[in-house]
Design a protein around this ligand. Sequence first.
Ligand code: FAD
Length: 387
Amino acid sequence: MSSPSNTDCVVVGASFAGLACAHALASAGMRVTVLEKKASSGEKLHTTGIIVKDAIDQVALLDGLPSELVRRINGVRLYAPSMQHVDLAAPGCYFLATDTPRVMQWLATRAEQAGARIAYQTSFAQAARLHSGFDLGANGTARYVVGADGPNSRVAKAVDLGQNSQFLFGVEHEYANVEIDEPDKLHCFIDRRLAPGYIGWIVAGVGVTQVGLARRLGSRQFMENTVMAAFLEKIAPIFDFRGLRPVSVRAGMIPCGGIVHPVAGPRVLLVGDAAGMVSPVTAGGIHTALKHGLAAGRAIADFLSGTAEDPCGWFVRSYPRFRTKRLLRFLFDHFQSDALFNLLLGTRPVRMAAGIVYFHHKGAFGSAADITHDRLSERQEEITGPD
Ligand SMILES: Cc1cc2nc3c(=O)[nH]c(=O)nc-3n(C[C@H](O)[C@H](O)[C@H](O)COP(=O)(O)OP(=O)(O)OC[C@H]3O[C@@H](n4cnc5c(N)ncnc54)[C@H](O)[C@@H]3O)c2cc1C
């Protein structure tokens, strides 16, 4: 284990990006300390925690993820503002809903087993530049610093790196002992009034049902008190959560403006949400945080062991630029129209576009479910609400 007073690398933030980075550094033999202001890794999370199949395929760190921590979701049911819906699926594509607090604890254990030291209840506050590293005050000195400390990065502020300026704001309720119809689908709701710039969602997770929405504008209080109540009212004819008490509420900012600039400087770099590494369209950031967190750890280890240049230059050029997705974000922000979605949801071009957003390069969708009809009126006759 490394001493906090003098270490090779300090990683700030013990979440997806920070734990992946620390795992790679420790696996390469580096002394690494992770500073985490919370008391444990699974505490007070702000994410739905859905992991895309590409992450499972591409991120070796997820190998061996215990099956009881995940639940497979095979497709998407996308609802127009009118509540008409279309089902989307792509051959071989799926998402994993997760017991995210336990996934995070599992990742933390993996980083510790590789040799990383995680200092909980320890906040990063400042960093003064030294000749070959940083002085972090009470947290000692480090030859390299990684800011993996989320959307409002303190590291970025302390060392004058770029900061996120565009955000979605998300809020989510978790309900226990609730079953929903079509639990193997991610249910997504388009509604410009309630979720301008993004969507609402329902997913049958691991042991809980998660109901959330995110939008461009709004404080946490406004989202929780006003918008969430209106969303629950809207979906009640199909999924009635009114009157149920959530077992937990998660909320947080989601960067949606792309990679910050500058994202790195000599002996310091940002990764994950701190770097703005979130898809501006889907708002998914777990895959990129893990993938680039691991890669950053390897690149820093190579630099510190003298076999590569400082990754602040060459490595960060591999970060995603999200050019097309930032364009789509602009279009969605400025031209989102409930009337158009009501009219066009069932048409082939819109279903194709939605398939590409949800399943990326897999394109549209195969022979799986592909129906559009008036879900609302049908369900009003069938059910009064979930158990
Ligand atoms: C409501 C919501 C739902 C989402 N759902 C999904 C989803 O289903 N799938 C998906 O892919 N993405 C989702 N996202 C986005 C995803 O959660 C993030 O992209 C992801 O968590 C980024 O991980 P990270 O490690 O970069 O940062 P974070 O998860 O934000 O972690 C940052 C860590 O740094 C710590 N920290 C912060 N400041 C300090 C400090 N000064 N000192 C010490 N520690 C500090 C924090 O306590 C935290 O542990 C969602 C986001 C929100 C808000």
